[in-house]
Design a binder for this molecule. Sequence first.
Ligand code: NAD
Length: 339
Amino acid sequence: MAKVKVAINGYGVIGKRVAEAVQKQDDMEVVGVVKTSPNYIAQTAVEKGFKVYVPDSNGLERFKSAGVPCEGLSEDLFKDCDVILDCTPGKVGATYKELYTRLGKKAIYQGGEKPEVAEASFTAQVNYDKSVGKQFVRVVSCNTTGLARTLNAINNAYGIEDTRAILIRRGPDPDDIKTGPVNAIVPETKIPSHQGPDLQTVLDVPIETIAIKVPTTLMHMHVVTVKLKNPPKDVSEVVEMFNKAPRIVLINGKDGFKSTAHIMDWARDHSEARGRDDLYEIRVWGDAMSLRGNELTFMQAIHNESDVVPETVDAIRAVMELCDAKTSIEKTDKALSIA
Ligand code: NAD
């Protein structure tokens, strides 16, 4: 069977990662990526073997004078593909919907877009089937993906009566020199923060989220308290349950994982198989959990730059009707060396 032809609109933090992840699958291939500036990132895309396109004729001139190879206009790339991964900055993706519609192409958006941009919001382990055959799908954000994975596993095992999650969010991404905070802790002055309602676009559980931004670039961290309908005997059962759930990895403070810095240090030491220090799985502290009556509290760390990458690959299989959720998750995980 011919490989699915994937175009990537926006080659930044998420775009470059999904491009490499798609290339590692045996049933899809990247036919081109869209970049706005002829900078080192565009040059790296070329070095990695990707064909680079630009949104407009201005871009053609700028790439030419910078000496960075460019294949042509993004609209021509889109015409020649089966599905577009829209990895442009939040809210920019929605401005492309008219073009994708006119070209009759399927598009997969990221979590910076509003849910209404798509026919379905997506987390593979939770609601893959809702996106099968759809034209427009949105992979939920990094924070929401983290919550969806662990809360879906908990809900399936014990049932969820209520949830409160405190989200300690990284300030900027590591390559972002314009965004803070540098010396402040910044609460989102609205409760619930947007991630709670966002989670409910994929998983129907009661939740209130409170978000706080801190001066770090590495990861997000969540402190989650869940009231369970049918609680287990003790936390060892919860550890076992998480161990069996896809794309969740247990870590322990006693093994030296005392912070997000230690988790990312581990990632750097284990980057060979994945080609970069990305952590697709959600890290949950197994030795820092408590169960008081029916109230379970746990902490999880989210590598925001990469947890949505395997979900995006699965979303391609869903919209293209290539296989079922279980088969897709297994294929993606094998190709990306996911635990
Ligand atoms: P980014 O700024 O790193 O990359 C965006 C890319 O799109 C850049 O290469 C930029 O040049 C390009 N671009 C800008 N305007 C464009 C246009 N009009 N046409 C084509 N390309 C254009 O952004 P990102 O962090 O990769 O975020 C992309 C999406 O993924 C957003 O919806 C975001 O909310 C979501 N997301 C981001 C993260 C994260 O941690 N950064 C995590 C999960 C989801």
